[in-house]
Each structure stands twice: as C-alpha cells, then as structure tokens.
Ligand binder design. Sequence first.
Ligand code: DON
Length: 307
Amino acid sequence: MKIKRIVEEALEESKQLLDKGKLADYIPELTKANPRHLGISILSKDGKKFSAGAVKESFTIQSISKVITLLFCLDFFGDEKVFSLVGREPSGTPFSEFITLSDFTDKPKNPFINSGAIALASLLASRMTFEDYLAKSNELFGQGDFKLNQAVYTSELAHSERNHSLAWELKRMKLLSADLETSLDFYTKVCAIEASAENLVDLAFCLANYGKIANKQVFKQRDIATTLSLMLTCGLYDGSGDFAAAVGIPAKSGVGGGILAVVPGRAGLVTFGPALDYNGNSIGGIELLRIISDQLDFHLFLPQAAI
Ligand code: DON
C-alpha cells in the first residue's frame, strides 16, 4: 500500500517536467509518440508488481537492447573476446559520438554508445539471426510479447547515416565480425524491438536477481556484475554521472523513452516516458526514478531498508 501511494505521487510530480522534454526526431517514426505519456512498472524480490501510468503502451526499446546484446555476447563469447572489441569506460560524449572512436583509442569506449553496440551486434550477427535474438529474448524475458516494430525499423534504417559512418569506421578498424550491412541491419532491428514497461520488467528483474529467472541461473553472476557496473557508469551516456549521484542505481535508457533500472537483490524497474532531455534520456523517467529511489532508499551508497 505504501509503495503504491509513493509510486502514484511520484508519477504525478514527475509529469510536471514533461513539457521540458522533447521527442527524439532523428528517427522520424518516433515523433508519433505521445510526449505526455509516463509510467513505471516495478517487480520486487518477493514477486510483487507495482505499476502506474502508461505501462501498457508499447515503445521501441532502442538502446535498452544494448543490455540484452551485451548479456548474450558475454554468455556466448566470454569477457575477453567482448572487451577486445569494446572498452569499459564512460565516453563523456553523446551516444552517437564519433570523435573518440579512433582518434584516441583502438576500440569504442563502451558497449552502450552506438559504435560499441554496433561492434557487439556484429559479433552476435556472426552467430545468430535477428529472429533467433528475438525468440531467445522472448523466451527469457518477453513472454512472447516482444515484437519487431517494422515502421520504426524502416524509419531508422532510412536515416542511419551516422550509424553507417560508425560502422564503416569499425570496419576499417577491423572490429566488425559480420559484414557491414548485416551488422547494421541486426543492430537496427534489435533497437526496433517493441515492448511495454510491463513486458520489460522481467529483464530488469533478471538483472536484479543476479541472472536468475524462476530459480534457474540463466546468466553467469559475473556477467551480470559486469553489465550492472557498465550500466551504472555508462548507461545514461553523458547523463550517467548525474544519475548515479542522484538516483544511485544501474540503469539503461533508450530514445524510445524507456529506462531499465535495477536495484540489485531487491527490484527491477522500467519507466516509459518518450519526452527526452538533452542527453536523449527520458526526462520524466529520470525524475520518477529519482523520487522513488529517494523514498524507498534505493541508492546503493545509502543504508537500505527492505521494500
Ligand atoms: O542507433 C540509434 O541511434 C538508436 N537506434 C538508439 C539510440 C538510443 O536509444 C540512445 N539512447 N538513449
């Protein structure tokens, strides 16, 4: 009861920020979203689900897919191979950044900026098709509700000059494992997977549950630790430091408006609000998570109460 009230009040308060945000428009199809939408779904350790607001609205997961891609890559190829292709450092630049790709380093800074995610999508594409990826994601967390949003996929592919440039540079640096068009197609399709906050919360919970789904260890605990560490330091791009200080939990955003957030050992959370801030992160989602973290003692570096 207490949580329900906290979540509903936080939702109302966060809605006041929505006018300050903007829909992503570099993928034209995303401008069809309703910028007033905001919702949150929480799945706690004892299996309780709390939802409020726009939790049944479908949106494309966009960069949230980078978490799934990283988990699959770590699982199939191991740490050493994965981190020979991407680093583990914050980029300090926007998600589609080009500058640090090869001027100062020999690989993308981390798996969550586009260049890093394209390199890992390429690695996966050398081993599985997009259909395999969708089926495996559905089997593990989507319960059959994850689908490809064909319109968003086509819209992004028709405007993917920047990602093409990044992919060409990755090819020059010999960091692509599949051919360039296959790699980009795979990357763009996984970004265009559509789900609702309620559908996605099982993925957040799997991370909170150290890789276990229904008592089965599906991912190695060490791979979950690596993924959560990178979400904490790089998951919100140039907004990662502010988010870590204010909210204090690992999270990953997407320009479709979703944020996947994890309170290790305690709860998985997903917010949806397509109005974005300057860094391309959901403005309402961040505020919602900030208030709820504050009220429920989620910050990892503060003493924690049971939820
Ligand atoms: O490649 C892109 O630009 C998009 N498909 C994903 C970017 C994204 O979601 C960044 N996140 N906030």
